[in-house]
Ligand binder design. Structure first.
Ligand SMILES: NC(=O)C1=CN([C@@H]2O[C@H](COP(=O)(O)OP(=O)(O)OC[C@H]3O[C@@H](n4cnc5c(N)ncnc54)[C@H](O)[C@@H]3O)[C@@H](O)[C@H]2O)C=CC1
Ligand SMILES: O=C(O)CCC(=O)C(=O)O
Length: 433
């Protein structure tokens, strides 16, 4: 399989993720522009956020099991390093582009600053379908990619973590490769590792848990209790699957779920443990008997209290936003709502808890993992969940307050707080040696 490097295709045009959505980087830049009027003197630094600090494109050649040589294209983008080392996940997906990774890195900058973590923003990815290669091939791809981006990552430089298509095992291979190349075990180079390699208790659940916590906090403001609430979840992997389970355990009725294989509805409430068991056994929801198939456009228009996009970018377009009947959208995914759709949802009185807040639980516990690795002292799961709860609730409160004070959306409020923190650090550091 060959993937010729085509930068023009990678940075321009419409999104592969949804032909009706703008490219992710264009959405990110528009979100940054919306903060301009609120930056005061820091406005002179705003262009900083529209220029990724460092962008590395790597060729990843491997020998396939049949003896042929295949090349994959990979990226690591460090969007901003003003507040600390880069931090953000690695995506393995057949249609990853530089444009997408740039946007995902930008959202990491904003997310880390919005919740007050001492990190910049980074993200990486390889254009590969993990399901299309053998286990051995995937390991060779991961090792070669890690060696290639080894130029710029490191425990005090830039710390990757899992994202779509990667997991704790991917992080184990990355940690091992980086350590072999350096001649010493460097647990702090990645987070989201297996517990036996310095991973943190609670990291696997952390993003879904953060989604649940922020949904609960939004529900409190709108007098929408979780118990008995109807919930719709798109994406049934790490974020969507665990998020759905936490809603289910708290007494909500998850009425519809979806993944890359289709969308399903059961108005009486889906048995989420059964759906998770089905995915664990078959790799996708396809064939799940506990609900009826429902068309994708009807799925997005289902009446519900909480809608949780937890798959990919650009899913909530203007057309879908016009028809949605959710009370609150809680963005488990990064960039699921286009700026045009955002405006429509706001006009229609549908509250959006933005990705840079709602899915920040994962990177928050990654931060805990990094700190634990440095100190070689590990916390209990209860300690981790209590600290996560505190950080998420504090961040929600602060963002809610700014949104009330300035009469802006929660997204713009989160961007205001984050951009102030990033640009203040940038300004304090100065331009010259
Ligand atoms: N894993 C983490 O800790 C974090 C993940 N996120 C974001 O959450 C989202 C999901 O990530 P993970 O759950 O980690 O990935 P994952 O790989 O565990 O699961 C992805 C899910 O999305 C589904 N999906 C893929 N393409 C789809 C399509 N075209 N339509 C509908 N469903 C589709 C897959 O079937 C799968 O159920 C991504 O936007 C990711 O960037 C955000 C913060 C942290
Ligand atoms: O845990 C991390 O470091 C990053 C997770 C991530 O990629 C994200 O929040 O989108």
């Amino acid at each position: 399989m060959n993937h010729p490097m085509d930068l023009t295709a990678a940075v321009g045009g419409l999104s592969y993720l949804n032909p009706h959505a703008p490219e992710p980087w264009a959405s990110f830049v528009e979100q940054i522009e919306r903060v301009r009027p609120y930056l005061g003197e820091l406005e002179r630094w705003i262009e900083t956020l529209k220029h990724p600090k460092r962008t590395l494109i790597v060729d990843v050649p491997i020998e396939r099991d049949d003896g042929t040589v295949a090349h994959y294209e990979g990226y690591r983008v460090q969007h901003n390093l003003s507040r600390g080392p880069g931090k953000g996940g690695i995506r393995f997906h057949p249609a990853v582009t530089l444009n997408e990774v740039m946007a995902l890195a930008g959202w990491m900058t904003v997310k880390n600053a919005a919740v007050g973590l001492p990190f910049g923003g980074a993200k990486g990815g390889i254009r590969v379908d993990p399901a299309s290669v053998s286990k051995g091939e995937l390991q060779r791809i991961t090792r070669r990619f890690t060696s290639e981006i080894g130029l710029i990552i490191g425990p005090d430089r830039d710390i990757p973590a899992p994202d779509v298509g990667t997991n704790a095992m991917t992080m184990a291979v990355m940690m091992d490769t980086y350590s072999m190349n350096r001649g010493g075990t460097a647990t702090g180079v990645v987070t989201g590792k297996p517990i036996a390699l310095g991973g943190s208790l609670g990291r696997q659940e952390a993003t879904g848990r953060g989604v649940y916590i922020t949904a609960r906090e939004a529900g409190r403001r709108l007098h929408l209790p979780i118990e008995g609430a109807r919930v719709v979840v798109q994406g049934f992997g790490n974020v969507g699957g665990i998020g759905a389970r936490l809603f289910h355990e708290a007494g909500a009725k998850v009425i519809a779920i979806g993944d890359h294989s289709g969308t399903w509805l059961n108005e009486g409430g889906i048995d989420i443990p059964a759906a998770l068991a089905h995915v664990a056994a078959h790799g996708a929801l396809l064939g799940f008997a506990g609900a009826e198939p429902v068309g994708i456009e009807d799925f997005w228009a289902l009446p519900c209290e909480f809608m949780i996009p937890a798959a990919l970018e650009g899913q909530i377009t203007a057309a879908r936003a016009e028809r949605m009947r959710a009370r609150v959208v809680v963005e488990g995914a990064n960039g699921p709502t286009t700026p045009a759709a955002d405006d429509i949802l706001t006009d229609r009185g549908i509250l959006v808890v933005p990705d840079v807040l709602a899915n920040a639980g994962g990177v928050t516990v990654s931060y805990f993992e990094w700190v634990q690795d440095f100190s070689s002292f590990f916390w209990t799961e209860d300690e981790i969940n209590a600290r996560l709860e505190r950080i998420m609730v504090q961040a929600f409160d602060a963002i809610w307050q700014v949104s009330q004070d300035k009469q802006v959306s929660l997204r713009t409020a989160a961007f205001i707080i984050a951009c102030h923190r990033v640009l203040e650090a940038r300004a304090e550091r100065g331009l010259y040696p």
